[in-house]
Design a protein around this ligand. Sequence first.
Ligand code: GLC
Length: 479
Amino acid sequence: MPWWEQAVVYQIYPRSFQDSDGDGVGDLGGITQRLDHLVWLGVDAFWLSPIYPSPLADFGYDVSDYTAVDPQLGSLEDFDELVAAAHERGLRVLLDLIPCHTSIEHPWFREHPDWYIWSPVDGPPNNWVSAFGGPAWSRDEQSGRWYLHSFYPEQPDLDWRNPEVIEAFQGVVRFWLDRGVDGFRLDAIDKLIKDDQLRDDPPATDTFPLPLREDAAQFQRVYSGNRPEAIEALGKIRAAAGDALLVGEVFQPTSEYARYLEVLDLVFAFELLFSPWKAKQLRAAIGPAAELRRVAWVMSNHDFDRLATRVGHENLRAAAMLLLSLPGAAFIYQGDEIGLANGPGAQPPYDRAGRDPMRHPMQWDASPTGGFTAGEPWLPTIDPAGRNVEAQRDDPGSLLQLYRLLIEARRLLGDGFRLLEGFDGIVAFERPEHVVAINVTAGRQPAPVTSQPELTTHPDPLAEGWLAPHAGVIAPKSG
Ligand code: GLC
């Protein structure tokens, strides 16, 4: 069985995890210092959001050099130390690979303009829109030509039909594998290949099940992305990656995932991430994704409202149980284990797409900077006195302790899964020898559990067949 099949992967947002040099920005040295938190929690691996040099138009997702470390985050030596320290502790390391676009400041943009996608006319050749709003085409002032950018104008799209691009990227993959990484999270890969005839996207006919910005929601984006040819291009990444883990960010409904899984090991189950905290909708998000058997369950990340903000603090324990008892790999976003909610962000904002609130620093202790930095944090901490790792480690009833217990317990759940339909307000499913039942409502609900639970979100949540509000249990199947 590959190591990642049941793995728990912890997402680190490097700028906000731990600062080791007092400049207020997290760095690789800081991550190395905090690895024991991950060991204590019991996770198998961590994914680092981008660590490469970047002009920060999209906070690292605009890469200006794929084979270096952003000096603010450290050096290649620091990276090697981090990998060695992780491996010593049995933790695997995943990097974020951003193949769809570079930074406009990447030297490739001037040295190899033919590696990018240009309009054949003097202006946008079609109606494609950027994921962040506005047209997906901008004029390059230097050459006067129009280039494609599926995201910010500072992120020109690479042309994956050009064999030189493929070769360059295969080199990038090998560079990091040689330095010991265990896999990659592939950014925005449904945008990897676009229609070669640059056809207009047709108007949307029905609602897309994932959130889109207003412009994008008006179109069925069948030519500006999610092309069948993307699978072949991804095959080239696979060829360089060998059997390293490849987990894809495919911002598409579950029904689109199967073909990506021909070359990828896992894809994020986004319908779960966006599901309202309601039994029927959660079941609808979980069922088809579970059938694929290779999704990465995820309930939050650096792009969307934090879990606590989305489902409410009262549901965080039940959400943790759901995430960690589904079959297969699960991803935890840093801070969710202590219940960090969205913060106020910065004024003026760093991120034009409004994502600062989900990126506030990790809170390690009760001091004003949460133990994150000895300096002035780049984004303020939110509520370190009320919520931090140190205090929750000392409290057996804390959310953090529950995460740890759930990570330990999931190893005993085995392989196999059956969703139980028909319970109001309850998400329930069977694992080979267990039943998991989660009450997603604020009232008590009858639950399909007859045995003494092995793990509960709250003390004694079951009474005469009723499951307490916001509570969950893992119990032996029969008994
Ligand atoms: C992905 C990243 C997001 C970034 C975008 C463009 O969705 O998660 O942070 O802005 O790709 O690279």
